[in-house]
Design a protein around this ligand. Structure first.
Ligand code: PLP
Length: 402
């Protein structure tokens, strides 16, 4: 018999959506994968060169469990520049992706029985990690079109058991980017109620609303001593499989992570660490700029196509690389006895009918959402969105006839 904690977990819905797409592709169908949480683009040459050089130099051994000191220093410099808050090597931990950084943070600050506030729709790993730490996720619903929580809704969720708030801006799945006022209000609450903030900023490179990305610690420097700022190279450099993330936090959290990682994974992959270190030393920023421009174009062209959807508001898609559709109005208009009733039905129908793989909002705790990645190659993305719009617009009449 398995341990009880296994009953707390279900398989990641995004992985399941991608699996369904793979099965359809293996059966010979032409599938466009808009379910993936990654940008389909070759990683920068500087990263690849750094990896090859590390292999050729015979670098094979363990590193310090929280990462190579020069890499931690380079990340501190990078974060200081992007957040306008001063970080040093003593604040930085290198992890196996943002996922491990988040889990380190959770295990370091949360006790069994504690409550952790999460804004929903949410990336499902967040509540799963809270549960694994023996704590209770407390969801605060956020609504379109902005998907930004109100101060009152956050305050109402705080109880004497609340230990932490998890933030994720730019957001997966909603594409929300919290404005300065929202970040400051959350910061004030965290200080007022003495809560930790675990801020997952791993989409920080992808903010399209014309403003520069703003971290919670930039908007509210007073929260720095109670914040674990999580980020990763996974999305930013299109190396999701290389597993390289990091966090910046007060030194006692760094010491906790050192213990945790020494007993769980040892260090993040040494070749990936050297590759990123090389990239950070020599990058001219051209790759990052090119990727941002490609995504900005894909977003603009994609939104123009999605504007033709009937009964579905055009998403704001201010950050990350997801269009998050609210299908509530469309679902409400479908005949009650129609075979398509839920967003899961719609995601399945889209895959069957148009070959477009998407992720149903139910994966994120939202019965009306549908997530589409615009990280797919543009030549595939735009025709796929055209087909999707055609299919969704035809749905009402076809369901009525069914
Ligand atoms: N945080 C969010 C909000 C994500 O969407 C993801 C991946 O999809 C991660 C963290 C995980 O990042 P990594 O691959 O660096 O572990």
């Amino acid at each position: 018999m398995l341990a009880q904690r296994m009953s707390l977990l279900s398989e990641s819905g995004t992985a399941a959506a991608r699996e369904a797409a793979k099965v359809a592709a293996a059966a010979g169908r032409e599938i466009v994968d808009l379910a993936a949480g990654e940008v389909i683009i070759a990683p920068p040459k500087t990263v690849r060169d750094g990896a090859v050089a590390a292999i050729e130099a015979g670098i094979n051994r363990y590193t310090d469990s929280i990462g190579l000191i020069p890499l931690r220093e380079a990340v501190a410099v990078k974060l200081t520049a992007s957040t306008h808050v001063n970080w040093t090597v003593d604040n930085v931990v290198i992890t196996n992706g943002a996922k491990q950084a988040l889990f380190d943070a959770m295990l370091a600050v949360v006790d069994p029985g504690d409550e952790v506030i999460i804004f929903k729709p949410c990336w499902p790993t967040l509540p799963s990690q809270v549960l694994l730490a023996g704590a209770k996720p407390v969801f605060v619903d956020v609504k379109g079109p902005t998907y930004i929580p109100t101060t009152e809704s956050v305050r109402a969720a705080v109880t004497p058991k609340t230990k932490a708030i998890i933030l994720n801006s730019p957001n997966n799945p909603t594409g929300a980017v919290y404005d300065r006022a929202a970040l400051q209000a959350i910061g004030d609450l965290a200080i007022g109620y003495q809560l930790w903030i675990i801020s997952d900023e791993c989409y920080s490179s992808f903010v399209f609303n014309g403003h520069p990305y703003e971290s919670i610690v930039t908007a509210h420097p007073g929260v720095r001593s109670r914040t674990v700022l999580v980020n990763a190279f996974s999305k930013e450099l299109a190396i999701t499989g290389w597993r390289l993330g990091y966090f910046a936090a007060p030194p006692d959290i760094v010491s906790a992570a050192k213990k945790l990682q020494s007993h769980t994974t040892s260090n993040a992959n040494v070749i990936a660490q050297h590759a990123i270190l090389h990239h950070l030393k020599v990058t001219d920023g051209v790759f990052e700029k090119g990727m941002f421009e490609r995504l900005s174009r894909a977003r603009k062209d994609g939104l123009a196509i999605l504007a033709r959807l009937a009964d579905v508001p055009v998403p704001q898609a201010e950050g990350s690389f997801f269009f998050y559709l609210d299908l509530g109005k469309l679902l409400a208009k479908l005949p009650t006895r129609a075979p398509v009733k839920t967003v899961d039905d719609i995601a399945r129908l889209l895959l069957e009918e148009t070959g477009v793989a998407s992720v149903a909002g139910s994966t994120f705790g939202d019965p009306t959402g549908l997530r589409l990645s615009f990280g797919a190659p543009p030549e595939l993305l735009l025709p796929a969105l055209e087909k999707l719009v055609g299919s969704l617009n035809a749905l009402k009449s076809r369901q009525a006839a069914a």
